[in-house]
Design a protein around this ligand. Sequence first.
Ligand SMILES: [Fe+2]
Ligand SMILES: [Fe+2]
Length: 212
Amino acid sequence: MNTAVANRMTPSVTTMIRIDHSHALALFHRYKADTPPNRKRALIRNACLAIQVHAQLEEEIFYPALRNVMSGDPVLDKSEPEHQEMRRLIDELLSLTAGDNRLLDASCDEKFFALMRLVIHHVADEETQLLPAAERLLRDRLAELGMEMTRRRVELMKPYAGEFAANTVRSFPVGAAAGATLLTAGVIALGAIAFARQKNGRGASRWTRPHR
Ligand SMILES: [Fe+2]
Ligand SMILES: [Fe+2]
């Protein structure tokens, strides 16, 4: 597959951000007080992983591009501090859910619902203000930024691919697990096509190290 074809197969950066948001919200919607502990654990860990990778992608690629064309915007300025607040909760949740077959600490619900509130508010600001602004002001760069985000996503996801796939299966009722696995494999494989062509050599940051 050549680069032009890979580019056409890659969503624009704003589409990719909306897909990530939908994925995180879908995980939230499946988490209920009476969800079995093993499924809660899988949902928490996959949501935390997805959010931390998404936040890093925005900070490395999307926010800097947006700052170049709309500096001093209050919503953009508070985005990274809000990510930091999410990371504090994510660190606690990953620590509470580390290890297999562990009963969930009672504080998991409280912390995960707090994370949901933060993320939902943050996503609302991005989808109603930052993404429309990007589509007006960065129209000519949306595809290129989407490609860059795809490449970087594969790098960031690599250390987690096994856990992510396993948790995706665990987080679904039995009948839906096969479809979920195929979806996960497809997303990772598509990104790998772009990753194979990437030469920029950036490594994983602290946000890409697996939590044990
Ligand atoms: Fe964000
Ligand atoms: Fe976002």
